[in-house]
Design a binder for this molecule. Sequence first.
Ligand SMILES: Cc1ncc(COP(=O)(O)O)c(C=O)c1O
Length: 382
Amino acid sequence: MATASRLPLRCWAEIDLAILERNLHLIRASIPPHMRYVSVVKADAYGHGLPQTAARLMHAGADLFGVANLAEAAAIRELSPDWPILLLSPLLPDEDRYVIEYDVAATVSSTDEVARLEAAGRAAGRPVTVHLKIDTGMGRLGVWHEEAPALYRKIRDSQNLKLAGVFTHFSSPDDDAAFTAEQRRRFLAALGRCDGIDLSALLIHADNSAGLETIAVAGPFNAVRIGLLQFGILPHSRSLLAQVQTTPVFSFRTRVGLVKRLPAGNSISYGRTHVLKRDSVVAILTAGYGDGLPRAASNRGHVLIRGQRCPVLGRVTMDQTIVDVTDVPGVCAGDEVVLIGGQSGAEIGLTEFSRWADTIPWETLCSVTKRVPRLYRTTLGL
Ligand SMILES: Cc1ncc(COP(=O)(O)O)c(C=O)c1O
């Protein structure tokens, strides 16, 4: 009997690690040379696969990895015993000691966390590395900016904490330049009130992919945290970052399982939400929402077959999706179908695909399910 890995693919993602590496080099070249590159690889590296992606990003020269949890940190530790890692989410109290075991820098936002990590460091006989996070208006992690100097003093006076960085996170860098500037101002004002702080010895970071648009060359900032852009996706349309010319790393593909003719007036799929206006040829694809093709793309999305756009007809179902191929000659079972990516010069972008489901590229990448094998290529898209 054939093992699953030898079977032909029905729905898969292709990830081009050479493009990923080139993207990192291009982003680096577009930011001031003294800036450190914090590569954000949470959520399985935005669905691209953490071990494969992180290994290539190390090779490309990422300075530090940003992760969401200790399991992701542990996966990076399997690749490298000492590559710097920053945990971007709060620690649960019963996780504290693992930041020492995995040698991960923790994000601290409260006196409670400072006390807990101080105790963990004392118990281990080793200092815990921390970044102080300042809430300048995101309302998520971080100490409120007015209280940041007091928390800084607590960290400074702790015996078993080593402060390695201070950072904040912008809530609307893609669409509210005025509020982003206000967050930056609050951050700098808070730093200015941290008596005796040696900024040159710390990583000072605020900008993510969208924040790069307004990057301040002057000032104490010396690191950026890059997620989406390194995967070749602009954070928003009309982005100034279009000048960086990154290329998508990820494409999403499936195949035609069946082609058939149906008469005008026939309804398609569950709920009969589409009725054929003409005698049609339809193709049944071997992918559905069980793979990450969202049900919200029903009657809205398109796919590429033989280089042509084919509209989704009716509801996307768990394992199959029906598209109109009446105007595409020669479509047959087995043909490759592009859900996200390029084919014969045509293209369906991740941002366009996300819009069909009223969502954002970040969520789409996290929604491709584990049923979908990831194939790694190193071909620069060739
Ligand atoms: C704290 C933090 N920094 C940086 C990033 C990276 O953002 P982006 O993917 O937009 O570059 C994220 C992503 O959610 C984040 O939560």
